[in-house]
Write a protein that binds this ligand. Sequence first.
Ligand code: UDP
Length: 436
Amino acid sequence: MHAQAMPVPQSRAYHLGKRLLDGIVAALLLSAAAPLCALLLPWLLVTGRARIQAREFVGIAGKSIWLHDFGTKAPEGAGTGRLYACMQNLPRLFDLLDGRLSLVGPRPAAPEELQSFSGIAHPRFSVAPGLTCLWSLRRRSNIDFGTESEADLEYVSHRCLRGDIGILGRALLALAYGADAQDCGACQFIGGIRLLNLSMANLLDAVFCAIEGKARMRIAFVNPDCVNIAARDAAYRRTLDKFDWVCADGIGMKIAGSLLGRPIRQNINGTDMFPRLCAAMAQSGHSLYLLGARDGVAQAAAQWALARYPELKIAGTRSGYFSSVEEAAVLQEIRSSGAQVLLVAMGAPRQEQWLERNLEASGALVGMGVGGLFDFYSGRIRRAPLWLREIGGEWIYRLIQEPGRMWRRYLVGNWVFLARIVHERFSGSRMKGTAR
Ligand code: UDP
């Protein structure tokens, strides 16, 4: 399993540079924190609110290392909680100076976690653990779709000084999005829209449950632009209310969730879901129909999928530009294709309203509105690189690619969305529901 991604031996220059970077940053942070520590620490220690504790972790090649922190318990509440979390880990700066910890590296694992990484042979234990890591960065930006072990393997096999500095910079930016949402309700309301606040894996499980149980399921991915549309289009709002699963899509929804105190577990968007859905459907033998986008685009997206998942059954593809007169023929075509899952890429709110009206008549069991997904996978539009998505900047990339179409959505829409959320925060909206 680990054989495909064995750690690449790094040059002396890399190790020297990394050590130097760790030392300089630790020294700078320690001097910056010194005045605050001088003021607060004696009081915290004397009153017993904090104590310095050393805890055992697994270091390089499975050797025990001891890392230090203050044994304080972070109180509830966004702002103070974050401050406490930073304070809590201040003593780790000494571990950083000492070299047992690095700025960037896999998360320090406790001895009892060894089993979950299948022992010390895991490549993550070939490097020093880090104060920050790729996995926690992705969790903060809500794009943790793979496992921690996969993120660690990716880090270990691609690590370089430039990459470390990049992770560090992106981790600092991602701090602004708030903590990664661990303990959050299974349902949250944002902009009055009820979101199912589960994970990508949960969504895929639900898709296959619906197929096995021959139940119909409609899925929508809602981003800040959709929230804005829903605020002025009551029909779209009602449509979303009838959907079985509405996912929070994009960093804007996470920020809104943080501002409202309704944390969003994961950024679930159609584009990230697509390869995972294809992989699972290739295994299960169910078939997929791609409806939407300009002529030839759905077909090119299907070719992308077939090239990677040759076992996948694509029941058919069709462009998303047809008149109401042609609709019956389109539905007949999908029905006779026997597809179980139908992806509709016609943009919001058109795609959701189309699914509301037509999913049953199409014969498909699961229908999803997927926006520009086919444009990305066909190669018609390039998707933002992962590093930009990790800092929540996908929208900037889309804006640069299609400024004429996207300026209103992002340059105006993002502010309108933010104003809406701030208003919701302070008006004590009636849609506060959080269900577990
Ligand atoms: N589209 C379509 N039929 C229409 C209008 C739009 O198939 O009548 C397609 C359009 O070609 C594009 C997609 O719908 O591929 C909309 O993508 P958009 O970028 O708006 O979606 P997003 O990903 O932003 O939700």
